[in-house]
Design a binder for this molecule. Structure first.
Ligand code: ADP
Length: 150
């Protein structure tokens, strides 16, 4: 069984994240979406709300599971017996960040990171921009996966 975790803040989970998971299902038998929860890091959506949004998005996808975690990502991967970390890449800035973390994780734990390039249509979608738009009362439904309402 090829199992990957897809870790992130998902504040909120966007259609960009959704697309990475859908494509990841062609590679992995099971994907566990890990909602990183750090008490000291302020988020717009509570961990429980983020969990509910993601569960709604994948209600019809039995090979996708969702969990909240507050440990180091590689420890979470070991805990759920996943040999892979799935991540998405939009920009050169993402690349530098992902390479540093991916190399570190592999060297200290042997867990490999698998990166998928974003679909062009979703390259501009980010949780940060979604939060910014929401703070001005704008509708962000175009940023969200199908079947998700906030
Ligand atoms: P983190 O705080 O760990 O970066 P995010 O929730 O911002 O968590 O993102 C989780 C993963 O999803 C990261 O690999 C990020 O690069 C990727 N990602 C975010 N937005 C998109 C998008 N629009 N298209 C593809 N991948 C994305």
């Amino acid at each position: 069984m090829k199992r990957a975790i897809f870790p992130g803040s998902f504040d909120p989970f966007t259609i960009g994240h959704y697309s990475i998971v859908q494509r990841g299902l062609h590679i992995f038998d099971e994907i566990i979406i890990g909602i990183g929860h750090n008490q000291s890091k302020k988020t717009l959506f509570s961990a429980e709300k983020r969990l509910q949004i993601i569960q709604d998005a994948f209600a019809d996808a039995p090979r996708v599971k969702v969990q909240i975690y507050n440990s180091l990502t590689i420890d979470f991967a070991k805990e759920v017996d996943a040999a892979f970390i799935l991540r998405g890449l939009r920009t050169v800035a993402d690349f530098e960040y992902e390479r540093t973390i991916g190399d570190t994780n592999r060297i200290i734990s042997g867990v490999e990171t698998v990166i998928l390039f974003t679909e062009a249509a979703y390259a501009h979608i980010s949780s940060t921009v979604a939060r910014e738009l929401m703070s001005y009362g704008k509708d962000i439904s175009a940023f969200l996966p199908p079947n998700v309402k906030i």
